[in-house]
Design a protein around this ligand. Structure first.
Ligand SMILES: [Zn+2]
Length: 278
């Protein structure tokens, strides 16, 4: 019998949408939650709008490894443009703000861009007032997003699934952003180049489950996919999986440090159950 060294490890999926499992087969959500518990995956469950946030809160009540966060995704900005006052309560409750940002790639109707910017600016304003981190979507609007971060003096930002120009990536690095790397790193040379260049103290891992990975793996993602991302990151950055896991664990706790609203989350990430790496 061989002996296994037990180590304190918590995997991190810093960008998922657990409410999205409701749209899949019955049982998909329970299966995802079982994976999260079995593999000890601390999961930041992002919202797209108010109903998805309510659902994420319900899901998080069933599993203490889930951090539900509120934001309005740029795809849904127009629905909220005249109802921003309805968002205050959810914003106040949420310890981080996500998913928010701009999308000029998947959304081709340029008339929607004004609404996107208006809603994004609302969130950047309240995030600054309440000193909260923001989780950003900026596909095809990298420059515009960066300009707004500068204008609102956004302090703590997690850039989700960055795949844009390298020079803007470097400006984001210079202004202190963190980056969640996900499944596209398994397939795209450009995303691998970015993943290689992220400073070790800014690296985070994600899945964007369940919908995000679909076009890459041919089916909705499940939480364990984060292990494939970790394996690939170790290869790209010529280090070990354990080093990636530890760096990501340290980075997320650093980002959340000194925020009493996230003290519980930090405890779970740092002192989570003892488990083996395999
Ligand atoms: Zn997302």
């Amino acid at each position: 019998m061989h002996q296994q060294t037990k180590k304190r490890i918590m995997l991190i999926d810093a960008h998922s949408h657990l409410n999205g499992y409701d749209l899949l087969d019955k049982g998909a959500l329970d299966a995802a939650l079982a994976e999260i518990v079995e593999h000890k995956i601390f999961t930041v469950s992002n919202s797209m709008d108010l109903p998805s946030y309510r659902r994420n809160l319900e899901i998080a009540a069933k599993c203490d490894l889930i951090l539900p966060v509120f934001g309005v995704h740029p795809w849904y900005a127009s629905e909220y443009i005249d109802r921003l006052h309805e968002l205050h309560e959810a914003v106040e409750r949420s310890p981080m703000i996500g998913e928010i940002g701009l999308d000029h790639y998947f959304i081709e109707d340029r008339t929607a861009y004004r609404d996107q910017a208006r809603v994004f600016e609302y969130f950047l304003g309240v995030a600054a007032d309440q000193d909260k981190s923001v989780i950003l979507h900026m596909k095809g609007a990298e420059r515009e997003t960066l300009d707004l971060l500068n204008r609102y003096h956004t302090r703590r930002a997690i850039v989700h699934w960055y795949s844009g120009p390298l020079e803007i990536f470097r400006e984001l690095v210079a202004r202190g952003a963190y980056f969640t790397v996900g499944v596209e790193a398994l397939f795209s040379k450009h995303v691998q180049d970015i993943a290689k260049e992220i400073p070790p103290d800014r690296l985070l891992t994600e899945t964007d489950n369940p919908g995000g990975p679909k076009e890459f793996i041919g089916r909705p993602g499940t939480p364990i996919l984060v292990k494939d991302v970790i394996r690939k990151l170790a290869e790209i950055r010529t280090t070990t999986e354990e080093a990636i896991i530890r760096a990501v664990q340290a980075n997320l706790t650093e980002l959340m440090r000194n925020d009493p609203r996230l003290a519980d989350a930090v405890k779970k990430i740092k002192f989570g159950d003892i488990t083996e790496i395999s």
